[in-house]
Design a protein around this ligand. Structure first.
Ligand code: TNX
Length: 545
């Protein structure tokens, strides 16, 4: 008989302990396997003295309850069979608040985070060591992990305007982000097809702006219109609930309030926001419209629309009022103000805009867009917040403190870093999860082809940048635009497994990244998706080209 290869021996050795091969995603900075194992069972205690870790202890117990059917007691003293959580700057792995150390021995599991954030990520790694089947005794291999993220910004965006997603799904989404050590949820709350956030001072935003009278059927321009009223928005109480839910998973929620373009829903509610309040809304080219078409309405098809915010004092005071309420709801440092895809036709034919251009010595309508964004930036800066905008905010001159989200490939990010601005990389060439992930996609998608391996190959630091510019790249984000994603099963299908590749892009050091190694670990991750009840595209073998 030929000797079995070493890898098989390891596999059998682990299997005889009732364990799967450890497969931690995203790959940690340093992992050492040791001999022996620890079992979490109903007698295991949690030791934790740090108030900042209370949410994490509850989180761990919720997870154990949900997937394994039992919880652990907390205590202040134990000599064996315990999980100890400590947090704080002493004994740091590296000077990184999100760093942690995890040690599993026969007697105990010890997790030390450089801050409570780090401790939470230590717990996430521990969850990845648990068996993927339900059991009341969870065997874990002895291991030592030292870990911290490559990027401080690790995000995923969800568009809830084109299609609305309910509270339960938003919470599930946040759960799934946390399981991937993603720390930012970018919530795209307003667009042409629906305004989704309650604003007390402007009730029509949700009364009128959160509903459209119909939606095109199928891929643009569509095979007709379904003629069904489509509505949805989050109340301020619900928003607070989500922000809190995210915070207990160390996720920051960044709201996006689109301006000056993608504003048809707001204009439908308050026509004076347009430079041409009396002109009826124009449907997208070659698309079927349902219902009245004599005045302003929420759009029923996808695309880019010419009726945008007029840069009037009425609009600025409206936006400042809206942002005042947004700031109250979201404690994040950043507010995303959109800035993308703003056609200039309306501003060109408006005498008000042409006078404004002259009055402020602006070069043209791009200068006017820059003036618009800079006024909003100034206002938000005065409230202690910073803006993020899509890369079109580079056109006509960047607002002084803006962070740029580079979506049309990487060039906007490169240009912004050259101008010494912070950048978040979200290029459609690597992280647009509304694009097809398989060659023969049988559901309707927006187009494009973005297989898993392409996502995995993404390096958020463009090679064109000098090393002294690398620090401008805060991190990366995947975007889930939902024109063709009308339900949560499809949203999950488009996200998984690509979000798992993204997590490694954002977290793992380059030297720990390997496509072959990732594919092996992904096989176990698929079993975790099953455990979590996540819908996913199961192929591991979709070729890159
Ligand atoms: C471009 S990315 C958009 C969105 C669309 C998306 C579809 C960006 C800033 N704007 O409005 O939903 O393409 O992939």
């Amino acid at each position: 008989m030929r000797p079995l290869p070493f890898i098989f021996l390891c596999f059998f050795a682990l299997n005889s302990l009732g364990q799967q091969t450890p497969s931690i995603i995203p790959a940690p900075v340093k992992t050492e396997f040791q001999s022996g194992s620890f079992s979490i069972n109903k007698q295991t205690a949690i030791l934790s003295d740090n108030a900042g870790d209370t949410a994490t202890v509850n989180y761990l117990n919720d997870y154990l309850k949900k997937y394994y059917g039992f919880t652990l007691r907390t205590t202040h003293k134990a000599t064996t069979n315990f999980i100890q959580l400590t947090s704080g700057a002493s004994g740091q792995v590296v000077a990184q608040a999100e760093g942690y150390r995890l040690s599993v021995s026969r007697k105990s599991i010890q997790i030390h985070g450089n801050s409570s954030r780090g401790t939470f990520y230590g717990i996430q790694t521990l969850l990845q060591l648990l068996p993927v089947q339900k059991s009341t005794s969870l065997k874990i291999p002895a291991i030592h992990v030292e870990d911290y993220p490559r990027f401080a910004y690790r995000g995923v965006m969800l568009d809830v305007s084109r299609h609305f997603f309910d509270m339960d799904f938003i919470k599930k989404y946040l759960d799934l982000l946390a399981l991937h050590k993603i720390n930012t949820f970018h919530w795209h709350l307003t667009d042409d097809q629906g305004w989704r956030i309650e604003i007390k001072k402007y009730p029509r935003l949700t009364e009128a702006g959160s509903c459209r009278n119909g939606t095109i059927i199928g891929r643009y321009p569509g095979k007709g219109n379904d003629g069904k009223k489509y509505c949805g928005y989050y109340t301020q109480d619900q928003i607070r609930e989500i922000v809190q839910y995210a915070a207990s998973r160390f996720i920051t929620v960044i709201p996006e309030i689109e301006l000056p373009g993608h504003s048809s829903a707001a204009i439908a509610a308050y026509p004076q926001l347009s430079c041409f309040p009396d002109e009826p809304t124009r449907p997208a080219k070659n698309t079927a419209w349902h219902g009245d078409s004599t005045r302003k309405h929420v759009q029923q098809a996808w695309g880019v629309f010419e009726d945008v915010y007029c840069p009037s004092e009425y609009t600025f005071s409206f936006l400042q009022d809206v942002l005042d309420e947004v700031i109250q709801l979201f404690p994040s440092k950043y507010i995303h103000i959109g800035g993308d895809e703003c056609p200039k036709e309306a501003w060109k034919r408006s005498s008000f805009c042409q006078n404004l251009i002259k009055e402020h010595n602006l070069k043209d309508e791009h200068g006017l867009q820059s003036y618009f964004v800079q006024r909003i930036e100034k206002y938000l800066n005065s409230k202690g917040r910073a803006i993020i905008g899509w890369d079109e905010i580079l056109e006509g001159g960047l607002a002084p403190n803006a962070t740029v989200m580079s979506w049309r490939g990487e060039k906007g990010g490169i240009e912004a870093a050259n101008q010494k601005h912070d950048v978040i990389m979200t290029p459609n060439t690597y992280v647009y999860f509304d694009y097809a992930q398989r060659k023969n996609e049988d559901s309707v998608v927006i187009g494009g082809y973005l297989p898993l391996q392409k996502v995995y190959s993404f390096n958020p630091v463009p090679k064109e940048l000098e090393s002294n510019e690398h620090h401008y790249i805060l991190g990366a984000q995947a975007n889930l635009w939902t024109e063709y994603i009308s339900n949560s099963a499809k949203a999950e299908y488009m996200l998984f497994p690509r979000i798992t590749a993204l997590s490694e892009v954002c977290w793992s050091p380059l030297e720990q990244k390997s496509w072959d190694g990732f594919k092996k670990r992904l096989a176990t991750q698929f079993r975790r998706y099953d455990l979590w009840g996540v819908n996913y595209y199961p192929s591991l073998e979709e070729p890159l080209k």
